[in-house]
Design a protein around this ligand. Sequence first.
Ligand SMILES: C[S@@+](CC[C@H](N)C(=O)[O-])C[C@H]1O[C@@H](n2cnc3c(N)ncnc32)[C@H](O)[C@@H]1O
Length: 211
Amino acid sequence: MRRFVIVGQKASASGEFLLDDVPGTGGRLDVLLRCVRAAMLYSHGIRRDVVVYLLLGGGPKAPRTLRFEGAAATFLRPDERSIGILVKKALVLERVHHAAARGGAVGGPFVPVRPGVGLANGGLSLILADLGGAHLYMLDEGAPDLRSETALGGADDVFFVGDHLGLDEATRASLSAAGARPIGLGPVSVHAEDAIAVLWNEVDRRDATRG
Ligand SMILES: C[S@@+](CC[C@H](N)C(=O)[O-])C[C@H]1O[C@@H](n2cnc3c(N)ncnc32)[C@H](O)[C@@H]1O
């Protein structure tokens, strides 16, 4: 099970953004929507062995976290608007606000809001607790190249990805303290969703080599 955490520094934690202007009204939530597609979908299919966390750090309800599980996801379509609709519906469900405010459903802080989608009140520390003892990597421009990371590609790998602003200093410090290794993808800074595609390509190749 590979897991991705996309850190949206300003991404809206409430559903009050406009679908016709997600970048302007959602704190660049559009970046995170594209990351969901890149992390979870391949051509004509859903990756079942992936979990994606969206850390929503913007707006009055922040921080909140959406968790997408490939194993249980249904009707996940590749276009940004339909993923935006899914996210908006998940964030505006009042019963979730109430349940999450009480500490979440039995079995953990994530309250189910759609098949394969859970919502929790909380940010990085909640995510780190949910991840348990995993191998953590943070994707960072200028870091040692992933091709020299021979251990990368294990089943419990977790990859932290920044948004259009990158990873902020506080997040970097917390991740370093949690043992996350910085890895680079090459000499060019690419968009977050492209970074995920490059990373998946490397992991897919290693999986194919292992057989
Ligand atoms: C658009 S980039 C962030 C750019 C931002 N201006 C900065 O300086 O951090 C979005 C995220 O994609 C990942 N990323 C992009 N290019 C990368 C590269 N060449 N190596 C490693 N990670 C990369 C990083 O996680 C980064 O935070």
